[in-house]
Design a protein. Structure first.
Length: 191
């Protein structure tokens, strides 16, 4: 077009009575600076935001379209079977991580208490109360290896307990149909 106006091509701006015919025009011919007033120097001026002429000829500033929030979708699923192999892998990794965290925390606590002299004072108190014999000493290395052994046995034991529970769940779900779970989609607001 020669007068500086262009037709909008968005089908959402079409008038409802005209179907897909274009009903809006965008005016891009004016130049304005940041204050909104026309500039005399076209090289240093910023273009004004485009305005749309909608339906009855009323101009509107074009911007991001704000859509009404759509309702979230929900789906109901039934968990009928759970794979014992996947439960075993997950349980082994989970309980191994828990064991390492507890072992690391226990080791750090032991080192701090040993540096403060609390362990020696507790041993001296136990000797004075005749709970232990004179010459008793706490060996941190022995404690660490025993805690590691007990932790590894616990990892294997509790992982096998989880697999046993999954076998029971699979048997029971054959009878009652499983657990029904409702999944929902979280919609993000854009605008």
């Amino acid at each position: 077009m020669s007068d500086g106006t262009t037709r909008a091509t968005d089908a959402n701006e079409a008038a409802p009575d005209e179907g897909n015919a274009m009903a809006s025009e965008v005016d891009t011919g004016s130049v304005a600076d940041r204050s909104g007033e026309p500039s005399s120097d076209p090289g240093s001026a910023q273009p004004a935001p485009p305005t749309a002429v909608i339906g009855g000829g009323h101009p509107a500033v074009a911007g991001p379209a704000i859509h009404a929030p759509q309702p979230s979708r929900k789906a109901r699923v039934v968990v009928r079977k759970v794979g014992p192999w996947s439960v075993l892998k997950f349980s082994l990794l989970f309980y191994l991580c828990v064991m390492l965290v507890v072992l690391l925390a226990g080791t750090m606590l032991y080192l701090v208490l040993d540096a403060l002299g609390t362990i020696d004072a507790a041993v001296e108190l136990a000797v004075n109360l005749s709970v232990v014999e004179a010459g008793f000493a706490v060996d941190g290395n022995w404690l660490f290896w025993r805690a590691l052994s007990v932790g590894l046995i616990g990892v294997v034991l509790w992982s096998l307990v989880n697999v046993f529970v999954i076998f029971l769940y699979n048997l029971i779900s054959d009878v009652v149909g499983g657990i029904e779970v409702t999944l929902g989609e979280k919609r993000s607001r854009r605008g």
